[in-house]
Design a binder for this molecule. Structure first.
Ligand SMILES: Nc1ncnc2c1ncn2[C@@H]1O[C@H](COP(=O)(O)OP(=O)(O)OP(=O)(O)O)[C@@H](O)[C@H]1O
Ligand SMILES: [Mg+2]
Length: 142
């Protein structure tokens, strides 16, 4: 920005989404600035989840533009979005009961190690970092 004011971290412009020809999102505009927390509110079926799914690569938009720190983005999958630093915690419980707590915490983003960078999962780091994170919210495994 020319006046030195930081621009939005995330900017959505004219986002459209339709299912089977029925519009659900119409011309959505949203700016998120650094340090801000927003609540997206609306009645059941208003399109909140659909907007988040478009933003996080679960669904393609039917039109519009998303910019992250000024750069156009079009995440094609949740992993794509994660790599851009956009993560989602869904309201529905979606833990994997067959995985450990630490595995659930880092699912899809395991710390890696090994001679070939990123080849092996660094299980020691997975467990240590999970303990650190859980300690921050007052939970210990002992
Ligand atoms: N995959 C889909 N195919 C067809 N229609 C869909 C699909 N997903 C959502 N819809 C429809 O789009 C509209 C918006 O749904 P959405 O789930 O985004 O609303 P919401 O604001 O998250 O609602 P809630 O408060 O119930 O979570 C609803 O009419 C819903 O039935
Ligand atoms: Mg919803």
């Amino acid at each position: 920005m020319t006046d030195g004011t930081p621009g939005p971290v995330l900017a959505l412009r004219g986002i459209h989404k339709q299912f089977g020809g029925i519009p659900v999102l119409r011309d959505v505009r949203l700016d998120l600035y650094p340090g801000e927390i927003h609540a997206l509110m609306g009645q059941n079926g208003a399109g909140k989840s659909t907007l988040i799914k478009v933003l996080t690569g679960v669904l393609p938009s039917s039109g519009g533009e998303m910019r992250l720190e000024g750069q156009p983005i079009r995440p094609a999958s949740p992993l794509d979005a994660q790599k851009l630093g956009i993560s989602t915690v869904y309201q529905e419980v979606n833990l994997c009961p067959n995985l450990s707590v630490a595995e659930n915490v880092f699912a899809g983003r395991y710390p890696r190690c090994g001679a070939v960078q990123g080849f092996r999962i660094d299980w020691a780091a997975v467990n240590r970092r999970a303990e650190e994170l859980l300690a921050r919210i007052g939970w210990t495994s002992t």
